[in-house]
Design a binder for this molecule. Structure first.
Ligand code: CFM
Length: 546
């Protein structure tokens, strides 16, 4: 599909983006800046180290492990072993919400636990201090579980968080203490931390609780972290449809639910990047297939529900899904029809994380808008090109750094939920099991795909394309807005959300309508756009001209 809007020549844009770089850097960056062709799916360089000196959007491995995957589980005490600075972002900045069932239920999300390492601990070792911290957390809260997260100095000085955790676990007897070697430098981005977190959760949590559940259609929701209440809306829909949510990884979740996850009959994956390892490992060990879904977008939500119903193959469930869609859609349609004339034909750019740059394109499509350029901060080639590319991905030294768990079928709990013949039949019906076709297949021809976008490149893209909206995070927000382009934060959602499901879609339509049609952006002139000192254009610092 070719978009119905005018694109600048994307090959020229690509040249312009790398023009200023030294030759070696230009060569490297050019492999990550790709003109899309959904039919051919060109190769994108991804998940490689950022060139030092380039201002990247990326975070670190500790952020991916502690903040992203484990952070949203409410009744686990997450202790950051490191200097206090690493804990700044450990305290609610991601807007992951949670809803304990009663006021008495444990909820440690509002707390921030750190060992507050000092120079003395870096020189003489921090294990002693860590054990004191674990003991203190245990005495104060008596939690079901305590997890330890290693920051950079911990790996550098060689503190053994696993040994300390084991010692304390055995000492307590009624508290599952385990550690993560997720030092910030472990990989090229937070993506390494996701993998480390998946391994730890799989090893230390999943499979510990065998409580049966009578639900007819038991599923786990993987890769949904309840930012701005997203998981609440999905839970509402699941309940309405009659699906039993056993566990969520990890928005609005509890330790007990995750420990019980292996009893589900299907894993649905929203954010492929952060949790696909878990889907694969649970399939091998317990025989639970996984399926990629997307609850961002009203049409995508309807499609995902239909896919789930098809998987279970139950006529009653299928009928109920249709009823729910028929109930939910009129409200969505009424709102989008009113907004559509104001948003149609506008353009968006999305540079976010490892999955939202893809998922949110569905909402923009529903708004009649075109995504002219998009990219992930830290995703891998399979998130761009689809999982078919997996065998071709070169495993480099940085990836080898992360443990690949050797998973085998569980002698007692392995139970393939579908036979080979049933899986083949589902595939026949167009249902992709254990598959993901990535972002590029869905993007228009000649749109631009940029991995690990640099700050410089983002400014250039805005200058060239003048998009109606730019989607990224807080680090980009005010620079972009000073250029006269509204920025929607797709990490924290600014103050908005939920954006998933049917209610979420309408929230998003309204928020984007307000942003792209606000006349204030047209009134902004960046300082360098104003005439001054006999010249117009060009950046002029005021202390030079005055
Ligand atoms: Fe998955 Fe996420 Fe994302 Fe992500 Fe993230 Fe996030 Fe994200 Mo920020 S898990 S990859 S590491 S969807 S915190 S909830 S918004 S970068 S696109």
């Amino acid at each position: 599909m070719e978009a119905n809007i005018h694109f600048p020549d994307p090959s020229k844009v690509r040249e312009e983006l790398i023009q200023k770089y030294p030759t070696k850097v230009a060569k490297k960056r050019s492999k990550s800046i790709i003109v899309n062709d959904p039919d051919l799916i060109p190769e994108v360089q991804a998940n490689v180290r950022t060139v030092p000196g380039i201002i990247t959007q990326r975070g670190c491995s500790y952020a991916g492990c502690k903040g992203v995957v484990l952070g949203p589980t409410r009744d686990i005490v997450n202790i950051v072993h490191g200097p206090i600075g690493c804990s700044f972002y450990a305290w609610l900045t991601r807007r992951n919400q949670t809803r304990p069932e009663t006021l008495e239920d444990a909820n440690y999300i509002p707390y921030c636990f750190s060992t507050d390492m000092q120079e003395e601990n870096v020189v003489f070792g921090g294990e002693k201090k860590l054990k004191v911290a674990i003991q203190e957390a245990y005495d104060l809260f008596h939690p079901k579980s305590i997890a330890i997260f290693s920051t950079c100095p911990v790996g550098l000085i060689g503190d053994d968080v696993h040994a300390a955790s084991k010692e304390m676990r055995e000492k307590f007897g009624d508290c599952n203490v385990f550690g993560f070697s997720c030092e910030g430098y472990r990989g090229v981005s937070q993506s390494a931390g996701h993998h480390i977190a998946n391994n730890g959760v799989f090893k230390h949590m999943v499979g510990r609780n065998n409580t049966p559940n009578e639900g007819k259609f038991k599923i786990n929701l993987l890769g949904e972290y309840n930012i701005g209440g997203d998981a609440f809306e999905i839970e509402r829909i699941f309940e309405k449809v009659g699906l039993t949510l056993i566990s969520s990884f990890s928005g609005n979740s509890t330790v007990g639910q995750i420990e019980n996850a292996h009893i589900a009959d299907l894993n649905v994956i929203l954010c492929h990047r952060s949790i696909n390892y878990m889907g694969d490992m649970m399939e091998t060990k317990y025989g639970i297939p996984w399926m990629k879904v997307n609850f961002v977008g009203a049409d995508s939500s309807a499609k995902s529900l239909r896919k789930i119903a098809e998987y279970f193959g139950d006529e009653e469930l299928k009928a109920r899904v249709e009823e729910v869609i028929a109930e939910e859609m009129p409200r969505v349609k009424a709102i989008i029809e009113e907004i559509l004339p104001r948003t149609t034909g506008k353009t968006a750019m999305l540079f976010v994380g490892g999955s939202r740059a893809h998922h949110y394109q569905d909402l923009f499509t529903e708004l009649g808008m075109t995504t002219v350029a998009a990219g992930y901060e830290f995703a891998h080639r399979d998130d761009y090109e689809g999982r078919d590319v997996l065998p071709k991905i070169k495993v480099d030294a940085d990836s080898k750094n992360i443990e690949e768990l050797k998973v085998v079928p569980d002698p007692e709990l392995y139970n393939p939920r579908k036979t080979e013949a049933e899986l083949a039949e589902l595939k026949e019906k167009g249902l992709e099991i254990n598959g993901y076709s990535g972002m590029m297949k869905q993007m228009t021809k000649k749109s631009l795909v940029v991995d690990d976008l640099s700050h410089y490149e983002s400014e250039k893209l805005i200058e060239i394309y003048k998009p109606d909206i730019f989607c990224a995070g807080i680090k980009e927000k005010y620079v972009v807005q000073k250029m006269g382009v509204p920025l929607k934060q797709l990490h924290s959602y600014d103050y908005g959300g939920p954006y998933t499901g049917f209610v979420g879609a309408t929230n998003f339509y309204k928020d984007i309508d307000r942003m792209v049609n606000n006349p204030v952006w047209k009134l902004i002139k960046a300082p360098w756009e104003k005439a001054g000192n006999g010249k117009s254009g060009g950046i002029e610092a005021s202390y030079v001209t005055q």
